[in-house]
Every structure is written in structure tokens, then in C-alpha cells.
Ligand binder design. Structure first.
Ligand SMILES: Nc1nc2c(ncn2[C@@H]2O[C@H](COP(=O)(O)OP(=O)(O)OP(=O)(O)O)[C@@H](O)[C@H]2O)c(=O)[nH]1
Ligand SMILES: [Mg+2]
Length: 449
């Protein structure tokens, strides 16, 4: 068991209850110094009592629960003290425990200890942070499934198949003289194919996984007055951005968040792009261009009632290589002839921000861009970290397969390739980790988790 750590586990501010958490060596004795209760403290019992300071003056009353190692979240001895949720009380409790020998926990340190003590694997530990920050029901469901080990189970089964394969090849090398069962070339190749398919299935979820975790950034761009702010308000179902018939109404960009069928979307309304003379508007236009670069998807808005103008085409040049949806707005005013072939390769959606016509189609197109895939029996979405490791594993495995097919590989090298591919999968669940990887994962947690 490691040195005792302490943190407030509930958010700062006034609340009915505030929780102080301790974990590590000797936390029961540390807690006992300042917590007075009538009965003896037993593991997994709620003990009502009073928290006192060094002078035995009462600080607050509350409930203490003791979790004895290894049956605790971290796998170490733990104390959870529920007090009244006043920041002054919680600060006082924290100070007392710090003086009694605890150290302030680092962000994510409780969960990191849970991982190091084998309570959770790495993918599950990551899911803890994601469950807390999930912005939509779909994101929450995906993280609870990951926390329950669904992703780990799948990755582990692929990794085990690889290890099995490497064991066969190893046996081939070591006992090549003896009569032991080995795999035929066809069997090896079909096993590799199956594993590659499994990796691909996971990779297919990466795009949605990224959007679920980070939200999808959508920038609304176009020339002045085409109805960008109107569209922004219509999608948010809220009168957020100022709408007027004056060109150049929007100066600063405005952000709003919405939830499209479980995908958290950050919508950005920008200033109409034109050769602005006004210095303030000029800055706004520069920012709009920057927002195009930051966006996952661009909504390029045109005024369908007036057709495509020179200015529109200039803006199109900036967005045409991006993931862009061409939005023809104001169709309630009738449609001018539109040379839509210019926008070939991009989806085109006709809407009226005023009447709401076509907004459903637009939302569906946005979802399509999010690549939302729900696969039978596999409801997990891999993260960017997982995706990278899956790609590396796939690369090594494909290289192996190509060489193996041509019988251009020694069994020794084959074994190394397969082990390397297995190791990348192992990093997803944390069979193999470095301090750097752990640091970057757990530093993203809040303190007290
Ligand atoms: N009839 C009709 N009018 C619209 C529609 N969308 C926007 N408008 C009108 O078009 C004008 C400009 O709308 P805005 O939403 O301010 O346009 P914008 O693109 O944000 O303009 P800037 O901020 O100046 O770049 C306003 O008078 C809106 O009421 C629509 O679908 N139909
Ligand atoms: Mg505007």
C-alpha cells in the first residue's frame, strides 16, 4: 500500500453533502484522530460521528465509511467521509488530514491506484473520466459499457488469439523435429484475417468515438446576410445570435452546443466573409476563416433565393477541401437558378431557417458525417489513443500476412511480428504501459477521482 492521500471528491461550492476521500497506508488511524464515533469502526459500515480539530472542538458531524483493502475502489484501505457541503468545512477537514500525514492527491490518483492495483484495466480507468464528463446519453452509455469491460473483453480476445498464434509458431521452432500439432499455412492466414477483421470493426467506431468524447465542431460560414445566424438559432432552437437584414451583423463568433441523436455538437456562428473595410468586421472575418480550419464539418450557407454570387465562390474555395455540407437557405422565398454542379462531391441540403423546412434533413446529414455506427453486439467506441494503437497493430499484422503468404519470413521473425501486434493491443488495456502514458491519461482526471 502506498502513502496516504486525501482529496475532496465533490465539486467546490455549497451543497447538501461534501465528501472527503482518503486512500493508502494508515488512513484508518489518520481518520480516527479527528473523527469521534461511539462504536468501533468496522469495514463497510456507515458510522455517524463528529469531526473534531486538534483542540477537540467540533468542526462538523457526518458519516464515515471505512473500506478495508483490497475491497475498495483503489484496492487500498480507504475512508470516505461525508460532511456538510460547505467549502469551509471541507477545507478544514482536508487541512486536518494533511497535518496528520496525508498528502494531497494528484488528479486521477485514486483511479490510477485502482489501475495499478488491478481493480480496473486501463481502458476501464479511462472510462471513469469519460463517464463523469459524458455530455449525452449515448456518450454516457458508451462509457459505462467501457467501464464494465466491454471494450477490454473484445481487445483481450483479439490479443489472446495473437498470443495463441505466436505460441503455435514458437512450438514449431522449438519442436520442429517432433510430431506435434501445428497449423497449416491456410489456418494461420485465416486466423490473421479474423483478427484483422476484429481490429477493423473497432477502428470503424473511432470517428464516432472522437465526436462522442470531444463533441463535433461545426462552423457555419458564408457571405453576409445569407442567414448563418438564423440557421444557428434554428438549430439551437433558441434566439441566441442577433439577426438583422444589415450585412455584417455578426462580428465575434458565437458558440452553442446541441445534441443530435446523442452526438454532442458545438455549433459556431461566424461573421459573414467579405472584403470588410470596417476594422472590427475585418477581425471578425479573420476569425471566421480560422473557425473553418478548426471545424470537423463546415456548413457552407448560400442564399438560395438570390443564387450563387462571386463572393460565395471565393468562400467556397476555402471550404471545398473540407468536410463540407452546402446549405441552400431561404428556400421559402423561392429558388433562383443554382449551378449546383459546382459543388460536386459535397452534400447539398435545402432549408429555410425561417420556417424550419429541411432542418431535419440537415441534422441527418450532420449525423452521417459523424459516421455514427452501431454494430451488432459491439457498442463501444474507441478513443484516439486506442485508434492509434489499433492502427499500429493492424500495420504490423498486415506486413506479417503479406510476407507469410509469400513464404518470405522466418518463424523467428514471424513470432516477433505477432508479438509486436499483440503488444499494441496490450497497451490499450494496460498490459504494457509507461509512466508517460499513465501520466497523460490520469492528469486529465479531476482531483478526488
Ligand atoms: N425569408 C427568409 N429570410 C431569412 C431566412 N434566413 C435568414 N433570413 C433573413 O436574412 C437576413 C439575414 O439573416 P442573418 O441570419 O442575420 O444572416 P447572417 O448570415 O448571419 O448575416 P451576417 O451576420 O451579417 O453575416 C435577416 O433579415 C433574416 O431574417 C430564411 O430562411 N428565409
Ligand atoms: Mg450573422
Amino acid at each position: 500500500m502506498k502513502d496516504p492521500i486525501v482529496a475532496v471528491a465533490t465539486p467546490f461550492g455549497e451543497s447538501a453533502i461534501g465528501v472527503v476521500r482518503l486512500s493508502g497506508k494508515g488512513v484508518l488511524n489518520i481518520a480516527r484522530r479527528f473523527f469521534r464515533t461511539r462504536s468501533q469502526i468496522k469495514p463497510r459500515f456507515a458510522h455517524f460521528g463528529t469531526l473534531v480539530d486538534e483542540k477537540e472542538e467540533i468542526v462538523d458531524e457526518g458519516i464515515l465509511i471505512y473500506y478495508k483493502a483490497p475491497r475498495s475502489y483503489t484496492g487500498e484501505d480507504m475512508i470516505e467521509l461525508s460532511l456538510h457541503g460547505n467549502p469551509l468545512i471541507l477545507k478544514k477537514a482536508l487541512d486536518l488530514f494533511l497535518k496528520a500525514g496525508c498528502r494531497l492527491a494528484e488528479p486521477g490518483e485514486f483511479t490510477k491506484r485502482a489501475f495499478l492495483n488491478g481493480k480496473l484495466d486501463l481502458a476501464q480507468a479511462e472510462a471513469v473520466a469519460e463517464l463523469i464528463t459524458a455530455k449525452t446519453e449515448l456518450a454516457r452509455k458508451a462509457s459505462i459499457r467501457q467501464l464494465k469491460g466491454e471494450l477490454s473483453k473484445y481487445v483481450n480476445s483479439l490479443r489472446e488469439s495473437l498470443l495463441e498464434l505466436s505460441a503455435y509458431i514458437e512450438a514449431d521452432i522449438e519442436f520442429s523435429e517432433e510430431d506435434i500439432p501445428t497449423l497449416t499455412k491456410e489456418q494461420v492466414l485465416s486466423m490473421v484475417e479474423r483478427i484483422l477483421e476484429g481490429i477493423d470493426q473497432l477502428l470503424k467506431t473511432a470517428k464516432t468515438g472522437k465526436f462522442l468524447r470531444e463533441g463535433m465542431r461545426l462552423a457555419i460560414v458564408g457571405r453576409p446576410n445569407v442567414g448563418k445566424s438564423s440557421l444557428f438559432n434554428a438549430l439551437l432552437r433558441e434566439e441566441r445570435a442577433i439577426v438583422t437584414d444589415i450585412e455584417g451583423t455578426t462580428r465575434d463568433y458565437i458558440e452553442g452546443t446541441l445534441n443530435i441523436k446523442g452526438i454532442p455538437v458545438v455549433l459556431v456562428d461566424t461573421a459573414g466573409i467579405r472584403d470588410a473595410k470596417d476594422p472590427v468586421e475585418k477581425i471578425g472575418v479573420e476569425r471566421s476563416v480560422k473557425k473553418i480550419e478548426e471545424a470537423d464539418v463546415v456548413l457552407f450557407v448560400l442564399d438560395g433565393s438570390v443564387g450563387v454570387k462571386e463572393e460565395d465562390l471565393k468562400i467556397y474555395e476555402k471550404v471545398k477541401d473540407r468536410d463540407t455540407i452546402v446549405v441552400i437557405n431561404k428556400i421559402d422565398l423561392g429558388e433562383a437558378p443554382l449551378p449546383l454542379e459546382i459543388f460536386e462531391g459535397h452534400s447539398i441540403i435545402k432549408v429555410s431557417a425561417l420556417t424550419g423546412h429541411g432542418l431535419k434533413d440537415l441534422e441527418e446529414e450532420i449525423l452521417r458525417k459523424a459516421g455514427l455506427v452501431v454494430q451488432e453486439g459491439l457498442n463501444v467506441y474507441v478513443s484516439v489513443r486506442h485508434e492509434e494503437l489499433l492502427r499500429k497493430s493492424k500495420e504490423v499484422l498486415e506486413r506479417f500476412r503479406d510476407k507469410y503468404e509469400k513464404e518470405d519470413i522466418s518463424p523467428e521473425i514471424a513470432m516477433l511480428d505477432i508479438r509486436e501486434a499483440a503488444d499494441y493491443l496490450g497497451e490499450i488495456v494496460g498490459h504494457i504501459t509507461t509512466e508517460d502514458v499513465l501520466g497523460s491519461i490520469f492528469s486529465r482526471f479531476c482531483i478526488g477521482k
